[in-house]
Design a protein around this ligand. Structure first.
Ligand code: GLC
Length: 803
């Protein structure tokens, strides 16, 4: 079953069957003002945090309501409908709907009873409020008298828990009033005698507004109950059925912003109305609403601004391959997904709203990787930020608060940090993620001097980037387990694997090994000879240790518990084969060719499914060791043998590094959202974004996917595709080209910006290989390897690579 299709030219996904299996959403705005909107206008708005900055209410787990609703009423027939299919939900034989999710905007197109409406929702570029612009056209042959009603349900408190479960407090702090062209909601309005910088119990007045430009307001309502009526739902609010909002404000209980406007349209006549919503003082709100007096022009201009901003963000890499799925994901949707996780971390979605008030260290450092090839400087700013959240002992702060203050933070060694964040200890892997991320940035940008930039530590002191990286190595060395591999500390990448503070994870050991390799490249660059000698010896010794301790005939094991139990070995009755140690043995460069082949074949035979490879097998049930938290999940879900999509990216990369294009591409396709567009009833999630996991074969719902949008999957798959399948592998001196593709791809092209220069790359595959090198021609000159040295590049370059 299929609910929509991709429009690659306009970079839109268009949903033409609105009764999707789950709400299919889009993200608008920036951390200053963010908005999530579903194909039925459900969703909420928030500043920074979905949990602590809620402006619009949304009730999780409850039919995708409420939302940003615009109702249309024919005042002659008294029939009414909504600009999105829900909440009124007209019969789909009479109501034609198309929801266009675009980059930074969502447009709902509806046709009903001869009235055509196009409603565009967006947050204007660099602004912190949202716009719902509706253009309504009379396509019938009579004059039509309509009332258009916009409805926004404010929270009574910015903290969603206060709003949802502490009503004995939150119902008595909110009130609304109507002024000129808007409803104003005040939270703690009774504190209006305070100065702006004064507070009572850390509180002052918060003001929100919902206003209308483009047409006069005929009635208003600021009270939810008065709008809906006592026993009506959003599908049939009294304020709409009666054609009059009753001009009610509220004092206590639930606020809302609702504004009605009458529009009379001759045949073929159109009218644009603009609803505007935000958290601003009444004075600022007045000016914002006024700026939309020329409704249609303002909206057209602002949408154009968003489109060109997004085109600029994406144009650094565009490909044309024989696979439309690959192209739409790499050129638009996976890239957009990467920007969203980069911008929002895990702050907000329709099934999670980030109770934690900050960024997870490892998550954010990984998320950065997804945009480096498109926006290296934007990435660099976030890398600086994350380095400033590294403690001077080299470990990362497990949670970096939204209020992060470099140089002045407490650390997991302080009871205050543990109490405030709920994170009891360092994690073994956090700071190790810096290595691939910093390497990718430096090699993409060519900015080697980044290593010398001075950046503060989280708690005290400062150091160059190079020294920060050395500190991360030192942190692992200072925290070795009894066998000499890095100790597990609180956990590694896998939140559900607690090997114990002294346990040892093979995944972390492989990350550490990889980190040593990367730092070796930097140390060579810096002529840091003594340190270089140390790194080489350390890498050699650690490599041997991992080989002795972790190789088990045809697989790498998952590690050792504190009690000495070996996890993931062949004989174990459960969880005897794990995915990540196999892919990371390849990525880190540790596995010999023979080991890589055995381990990766084992992955393909044991773990792969139609929807990607599961995280481990068999799932935990009867034989879980004490730290195997995965057993709390139903089998086949999440870390308990689900297809954990993030790991799929490393798998794609590992196969591609081995030159196995067929396998790499198979893994890509199995889990690619766009490849499942016509299986939406199985996958359930949006066909244009990744989810955290897909249920594995141990579940009766194999193939069903969950936890949409904000997932590390976006960046690992992007890296797997760009560095792996496309084979774009920058290093300090230039760009290596090493595609690993399906054999039947005869030709494909890549348009790439690299260090400010343009590359037009054509890859020819006349002999149907899956990788390899026959010939490279750069601007007419034949080179003897598949490598573009930076010094040979001109402003504009034509490149042909023959495999
Ligand atoms: C979730 C967490 C991430 C963790 C992963 C595996 O995606 O956000 O930090 O690495 O699960 O457990």
């Amino acid at each position: 079953m299929k609910y929509g299709y991709f429009d690659d030219i306009n970079r839109e996904y268009i949903i033409d069957k609105p009764d999707t299996p789950t709400p299919w959403v889009n993200y608008l705005g920036s951390p200053e003002y963010g908005a999530i909107i579903s194909n039925n206008a459900g969703g909420y708005s928030f500043a920074k945090s979905g949990a602590n900055g809620r402006i619009l209410r949304y009730v999780f787990n409850n039919f995708d309501q409420p939302g940003r609703y615009i109702y249309l009423r024919d005042n002659d027939s008294k029939d009414f409908w909504s600009a999105s299919w829900q909440p009124v939900g007209k019969d789909l034989t009479d109501y034609i709907s198309k929801c266009h999710h675009g980059l930074g905007y969502t447009k709902m197109v509806a046709d009903y009873a001869g009235i055509h409406s196009e409603t565009t929702y967006y947050v204007p570029k660099n602004k912190s409020y949202e716009v719902w612009a509706i253009e309504v056209t009379n396509n019938s042959n009579q004059i039509r008298n309509l009332t258009l009603t916009g409805y926004a349900e404010f929270t009574n408190h910015s903290n969603y828990e206060q709003d949802q479960v502490n009503l004995q407090y939150s119902l008595f702090i909110s009130r609304t009033q109507f002024q000129d062209n808007r409803i104003i909601q005040q939270i703690h309005g009774n504190l209006n005698t305070l100065e702006e910088d004064e507070q009572v119990d850390e509180k002052n007045v918060t003001e929100r507004f919902f206003g209308l430009a483009g047409n006069p307001i005929t009635s208003y309502c600021g009270d939810k109950k008065a709008f809906l009526g006592r026993y009506n739902g959003y599908d049939e609010p009294v304020g709409v059925t009666s054609g009059n909002l009753g001009n009610t404000n509220n004092y206590n209980e639930n606020a809302c912003g609702s504004l009605a406007s009458q529009v009379t349209l001759a045949p073929n006549e159109s009218k644009t109305l603009v609803f505007v919503l935000g958290e601003k003082s009444s004075r600022e709100a007045q000016a914002i609403i006024q700026s939309y007096e020329n409704a249609k022009e303002s909206v057209t201009f602002e949408i154009e601004e968003l489109r060109s901003e997004w085109n600029n963000r994406l144009e650094g890499l565009q490909v044309k391959t024989p696979s439309p799925v690959f192209d739409t994901m790499i050129n638009t949707w996976n890239a957009y997904n990467c920007y969203m996780t980069f911008i929002w971390s895990r702050a907000a979605s329709l099934i999670y709203c980030g109770l934690r008030n900050g960024y997870g260290y490892r998550d954010t450092v990984q998320d950065i990787q997804g945009i480096i090839h498109l926006a290296p400087e934007m990435a660099a700013d976030k890398i600086r930020f994350m380095l400033s959240a590294q403690v001077d002992n080299g470990g990362g702060l497990p949670l970096v608060k939204f209020t992060h203050n470099p140089g002045h933070e407490d650390t997991p060694d302080d009871a205050s940090y543990v109490q405030e964040t709920g994170h009891p200890a360092y994690r073994a892997d956090d700071a190790l993620w810096l290595f691939p991320t910093v390497y990718k940035y430096i090699t993409e940008s060519g900015n080697i001097s980044f290593l010398d930039e001075i950046i503060p530590y989280a708690n005290k002191g400062e150091a160059t980037v190079y020294e920060h990286l050395k500190a991360a190595i030192q942190f692992s060395m200072d925290n070795l387990g009894p066998h000499g591999m890095p100790a597990g500390l609180h956990a590694d990448w896998n939140d559900c694997l607690r090997l114990g503070a002294q346990g040892e994870s093979s995944f972390v050991a492989l990350q550490y090994y990889y980190a040593l390799r990367i730092l070796t490249l930097f140390a060579k660059q810096k002529n840091d000879t003594t340190y270089l000698a140390f790194l080489e010896a350390e890498q050699e010794a650690m490599g041997q240790k991992i080989q002795e301790l972790c190789w088990d005939e045809d697989r790498f094991v998952r590690g050792y518990t504190e009690a000495g139990e070996r996890i993931g070995e062949r004989q174990a009755p459960e969880a005897n084969m794990w995915l990540n140690p196999q892919s990371w043995a390849v990525i880190s460069g540790l596995a010999s060719e023979e080991q890589a082949e055995l381990a990766m074949d084992n992955v393909f035979n044991r773990l792969n499914t139609n929807y990607g490879a599961i995280l481990m097998d068999p799932p935990y049930h009867k034989h879980a060791f004490e730290g195997a938290l995965a057993v709390i999940y139903n089998q086949g879900n999440k870390e308990n043998a689900g297809v954990f999509s993030q790991s799929q990216g490393w798998l794609i990369l590992a196969e591609a590094l081995r030159g196995k294009g067929e396998r790499a591409f198979t893994y890509f396709m199995e889990n690619a959202p766009a490849a499942q567009n016509d299986q939406a009833d199985i996958r359930q999630l949006e066909p244009y974004c990744y989810g955290q996991f897909t249920e594995g074969p141990a579940s009766p719902n194999h193939g069903k996917s969950h936890v949409h949008w904000l997932t590390g999957t976006a960046s690992t798959i992007m890296v797997g595709c760009v560095e792996g399948i496309l084979g774009l592998r920058p290093d300090l001196g230039g760009l290596k080209l090493a595609p690993a593709i399906p054999k039947d791809w005869e030709q494909f092209t890549i348009e790439k910006t690299f260090r400010g220069k343009t590359l037009h790359i054509s890859v020819e595959n006349p002999n149907h290989k899956e990788s390899g090198f026959t010939k490279l021609i750069l601007n007419g000159q034949e080179l003897n390897e598949a490598y573009l040295p930076e010094e040979l590049l001109q402003a504009d370059n034509t490149i042909t690579l023959v495999l």
